[in-house]
Design a protein around this ligand. Structure first.
Ligand code: SF4
Ligand code: SF4
Length: 283
């Protein structure tokens, strides 16, 4: 059985990616399973989705703790989410990135593959500059480096399951397939001594805590830059920000509360004179 875990942010299509992968593998005659795990259901928040591909009926109903393959749809996620947790020895980590993150915790003999999915998605007009929809690009790349499904089955599954921009998504998947590259310079650490498999830790219930304690800025890859010289003080950004991350000064000019801004881009979309730019976060 091949177990795959997808990490993305709300709006990037991680859940749909796991579903399309399952449909593609089903077209090739495999037994499949796909399901999501949502933390906070909001655009920009981390989302995990799972897929299993097997030659026999799948009776397991648990989330995937020790995947063979991890697919990361957002370049900033490895900074805030332990994406390689549980990745099996010799496993595959596929990243939407132009270069590997500075620090990666990898199991022995793990392989790392990179694809610039943001650029490819935007070239095919999938999503927006603030939130490129990269799922089909990542699936094309996954088909190439893992072989878990073939490209024809994947393109067929995209044709059946993507509601809009089907040709664009199929072309993006083909481009992901063509452009993904395995990183030669990232060997995993030396093999660990073989011992009993680590225990599977059951998922804990989710606690409710005050939103003021959630510094959701760790989610973001883009941050608003407000050009106050064109600001009409309409307060739209302040009203529409879902995280109360915009404050108003005594004259009514807005400023960003950096600790709470998650980079969703809603303020930039809603600003009538378009004086808010979403700019890359400086690491
Ligand atoms: S300030 Fe803008 S980008 Fe940040 S959370 Fe609020 S709406 Fe989203
Ligand atoms: S929405 Fe735009 S114009 Fe209105 S207060 Fe915010 S920055 Fe200024």
């Amino acid at each position: 059985m091949t177990e795959i875990r997808f990490h993305g942010r709300g709006g990037q299509g991680a859940v749909v990616a796991s579903e399309i992968l399952a449909h593609a593998a089903f077209r090739e005659g495999h037994w499949v399973q796909s399901f999501p795990f949502f933390g906070v259901e909001r655009r920009g928040s981390p989302v995990t989705a799972y897929a299993r591909v097997e030659e026999h009926p799948i009776l397991l109903r648990t989330s995937i703790q020790q995947p063979e393959i991890v697919v990361v749809l957002d370049p900033g996620l490895p900074r805030v989410v332990p994406v390689t947790e549980g990745l099996r020895e010799g496993g595959l980590l596929l990243l939407n990135a132009t270069h590997p993150p500075a620090s990666l915790s990898l199991p022995p003999r793990a392989r790392v593959a990179l694809v610039d999915a943001n650029r490819i998605a935007l070239a095919h007009r999938l999503g927006s500059r603030t939130m490129p929809i990269v799922n089909t690009v990542m699936l094309g790349a996954l088909a190439k480096v893992s072989g878990v499904v073939g490209l024809p089955a994947l393109l067929g599954a995209i044709g059946e399951n993507v509601p809009v921009k089907v040709p664009e998504n199929q072309e993006a998947a083909s481009e992901g397939f063509a452009q993904v590259a395995l990183e030669p310079g990232i060997p995993g650490p030396a093999p660990a001594p073989q011992g009993p498999a680590p225990p599977v830790i059951p998922e804990a219930p989710v606690a409710t805590i005050p939103s003021s304690t959630l510094h959701t800025s760790t989610w973001r890859t883009l941050v608003p830059s407000i050009h106050l010289d064109g600001c009409t003080r309409c307060e739209f950004c302040w009203k529409f920000c879902p995280d109360d991350a915009i404050g108003l000064d005594e004259q009514g000019f807005p400023h960003v509360r950096e600790a709470y801004c998650k980079g969703c881009g809603i303020c930039a979309e809603e600003c009538p004179p378009k004086v808010i730019d979403m700019v890359p976060e400086v690491a």
